[in-house]
Design a binder for this molecule. Sequence first.
Ligand code: FES
Length: 290
Amino acid sequence: MNAHAQPSEEEARGVDQLIDDLERLEVLIAGWDESQRVIALAYRRAIDALHEGALRKLIAEVKTAPGALDALRAAAADPLVYAVLRRHGLVKPSLQERVERALASIRPMLAAHGGDVELIAFDPPDAVEVRFLGNCDHCPSSTLTFVAGVKQAIEEQCPEIKHIRQAKSAGAVGASLDFISPFASKRDGGWRYASALDEIPEQGVKSCAVNGVPLILSRLGRVVACFRDACAHLGSPISSGAVAEGRIVCPRHGFEYDLMSGECLTAPQAQLQPVAWRVVGERVEIRFED
Ligand code: FES
């Protein structure tokens, strides 16, 4: 794969297939008895060690060549390359991972008071927005908790972050929870900022990615619809398809979808995969339920 180009559909499908295969094998191995599992895990560790050794040598060999470091950095921007290099400890955790880690470090303290905190926006290169949940949300000391807990943890672990904003809670004035999708479960937290409401065209499409997952958003007034940007036919992105009268047509083979229901009008048994969303004030947030 060319690190400077987007993966082709064929490459993306190949990677998805590999990930599916790995997940299926992991489930299978988890069901084996202890002695078989130990052998399988030892085999995997040996393969991992082999790959890590080879990658380390490769990087050490090429990194002194002119322009090689930039090329390696560009290659590591590819999510697949990054994931493999991360697995072998060959790249540092991304800034967003370190912010999540900083929040995780103070969660036990917040949980002791029945609260939690979530990262709701990461605005590269140096800004994040967090929000308190549970008891921390309404606590009179939340400003102190924010400054002495959340802010300090992020500043210590991620000195590159210069702006740390505390978002208003869902119950705060000007940020009321207006609508929530029927696909949202009852659990707390896990919401991620996806878009400002007014950036989603009425009966049109806005595409975005949250946690690296491509999504499409549409809306009717303040009611939103959110789906994975993947056609129900062969999984191709549909966000670049023609949009008219609240419908979108997959650019690949022409399947047509209703943008609010996700229903496929070409093959009624097919359906876009919905993603839970909610509207809080002027913010649209989404959550992956699986
Ligand atoms: S991938 Fe075939 S219609 Fe969308």
